[in-house]
Design a protein around this ligand. Structure first.
Ligand SMILES: [Mg+2]
Length: 151
């Protein structure tokens, strides 16, 4: 199992706003495969509050349309939370949180736990803040440097 957890939002992260409404992000398969290979993955989305069925139900029509097997979502675990997504975050383990629209109160919780840098804000309108494998590689490299530094 991977050491670092990844908390993954759906709307605005794995789905982006296209001209005709929400659409699957470019290179979806590659991005999800990379996440699953390098991180211990969990849903952190309004579609999942109990069990991961909501995430699959949300993603299914988009995956079907793109000809991608639903099984690509296997291995992404559920989370439980009520009001703030940060309730679901395990602050005892290293993590990244992929989110397009964190609430000020959620950022406050991250700040209190000294974890603001673990938040990776995704904004598909800007090239530098899209969700790409290149971005993950950069994040992972940064993490290595950080761990080296602490040793
Ligand atoms: Mg979102």
């Amino acid at each position: 199992m991977n050491f670092i957890k990844a908390y993954i939002d759906i709307d605005g992260v794995l789905l982006r706003n296209g001209k005709n409404g929400p659409e699957l992000i470019p290179r979806f398969k590659r991005v999800v495969a990379f996440l699953k290979e390098h991180y211990d993955c969990y849903w952190l989305t309004t579609h999942v509050r109990h069990g991961s069925g909501g995430a699959v139900a949300k993603m299914a029509p988009f995956l079907r349309k793109a000809g991608i097997e639903l099984s690509i979502l296997e291995g992404i675990g559920p989370t439980e939370w009520r009001t703030l997504k940060t309730e679901a975050i395990d602050f005892d383990r290293p993590f990244i949180w992929l989110e397009d629209d964190p609430l000020p109160s959620e950022i406050q919780v991250l700040r209190a736990n000294k974890c603001v840098h673990n938040l990776e804000v995704v904004d598909w309108r800007k090239k530098t803040t899209r969700l790409t494998v290149r971005r993950f590689r950069r994040i992972l490299r940064g993490r290595e440097l950080f761990l080296d530094f602490r040793v």
